[in-house]
Design a protein around this ligand. Structure first.
Ligand SMILES: Cc1cc2nc3c(=O)[nH]c(=O)nc-3n(C[C@H](O)[C@H](O)[C@H](O)COP(=O)(O)OP(=O)(O)OC[C@H]3O[C@@H](n4cnc5c(N)ncnc54)[C@H](O)[C@@H]3O)c2cc1C
Length: 346
């Protein structure tokens, strides 16, 4: 079988790259072995404001311009709903934070998102003595449901192999590669934390961060916006909420832990005071990079191999734009920006 591309990994990065190929009439096959699940457990929020400091997220406007139509097209193509508008209420810790909020609202990049008002908290179950700031034009992608539907879509056209991609089985041949029964022009690795096993790219400085999330049922809480304080509380419908997320730079397993659960429950009790029941607990590893920028580019020696990784804590916004940039680099020779090119680590 001959294809233009082999894609390894079908998280957000792999999906975004597969879509770029489909749009441009390129043939491909995807390998996915369920070894990682960052995309499957992600809260899925997109939000162009750093909620700790009220500063703009790197390149956010450019990312959103590509990401929102990308998810809309997928909704049409797969006949599902994945995108939900969700406002964010940031609980203030102090008067000083309230002042910082107003200062940030005047910044050019933030004015479309930050509302220059203090929103009074009237929900008796939310602890917010300094009230809240509200963000608009933010939302959530149900990545889990999108990823599952996307797999079904690829399976129908025989473009998915649900198996591990074994690096040592690649055979290099001039400007092509063969892998078992497949001959391809390129292999694009979109493996998330799986990068660590990839002998061609594992020299790159991934500083992965494990994250845990709870799903709770809280019938009295009744909020339809995301609450951000010591944790985020994200409504996902039917009085259920995702609560997260932890950051752990030591534990490399994707298993939920008792420590993670305790941390989230403790923080949650500082934000709400109603009864709830934990109905799920999940974990995944965020593919974050030393300098907090994505990893894109072509292998120095084996030009048939390239990488699309480093989506970090914000894959929902970043992945579609990065997939486009990598595609243009591979097919149209458009240069990658220095700050995302893997060559910066040479
Ligand atoms: C708890 C948590 C909450 C998060 N919340 C948000 C959020 O609210 N908003 C946001 O934008 N981002 C969020 N993120 C980050 C987001 O999940 C990531 O940025 C994104 O999912 C990374 O996508 P990826 O495709 O690069 O990696 P992954 O999702 O890890 O996908 C890589 C895929 O490659 C496969 N793979 C690896 N090696 C092989 C191999 N050898 N053969 C075959 N398949 C292989 C894996 O099984 C996996 O499916 C969160 C992450 C976590 C953990």
């Amino acid at each position: 079988m001959q294809v233009d591309f082999i894609i390894v990994g079908l998280g957000l990065a792999g999906i975004a790259f597969a879509e770029e190929l489909s749009k441009n009439g390129k043939s491909f096959i995807v390998f996915e072995d369920d070894s990682q699940n960052s995309s499957l457990v992600a809260g899925g929020m997109y939000n162009p404001v750093v909620l700790k400091r009220f500063t703009p997220v790197w390149n956010a406007k450019e990312q959103l311009k590509i990401a929102l139509p990308f998810y809309k097209n997928l909704e049409e193509k797969l006949k599902g709903q994945y995108q939900y508008s969700v406002d964010i209420y940031r609980i203030f810790k102090s008067i000083e934070e309230q002042n910082n909020w107003f200062q940030a609202c005047d910044k050019l990049l933030l004015e479309d998102f930050m509302i220059p008002k203090i929103i009074k908290n009237i929900n008796q179950y939310i602890k917010a003595p300094f009230d809240c700031g509200k963000l608009k034009n933010t939302g959530r992608i149900n990545v889990n449901s999108l990823a599952k539907d996307y797999r079904i879509h690829l399976k129908k056209s025989n473009k998915l192999r649900e198996e591990q991609f074994v690096y040592k089985k690649i055979v290099f041949d001039m400007d092509r590669v063969s892998y078992r029964d497949i001959i391809a022009k390129h292999i694009v690795f979109c493996e998330g934390f799986g990068l660590k096993e990839n002998p061609f790219f594992n020299h790159l400085p991934m500083r992965e961060a494990k994250g845990e999330l709870l799903t709770i049922h809280a019938p009295n809480l009744k909020v339809d916006y995301l609450i951000k304080s010591a944790v985020f509380i994200l409504p996902i419908g039917n009085d259920h909420y995702k609560v997260g997320a932890t950051f752990n730079w030591i534990d490399k397993t994707k298993l939920p832990t008792q420590d993670g659960r305790n941390e989230l429950e403790n923080k949650l009790s500082s934000v709400i005071n109603c009864d709830y029941k934990i109905v799920d607990h999940s974990a995944g590893i965020r593919p974050t990079i030393l300098d907090r920028r994505p990893l894109l580019g072509i292998h120095k020696k084996y030009k048939q191999l390239s990488i699309l990784n480093g989506m970090g804590t914000r894959g929902v916004m970043i992945a579609p734009l990065m997939a486009k940039k990598l595609f243009l680099n591979l097919e149209k020779n458009e240069q990658l920006d220095k700050e995302i090119d893997i060559a910066r680590f040479d």
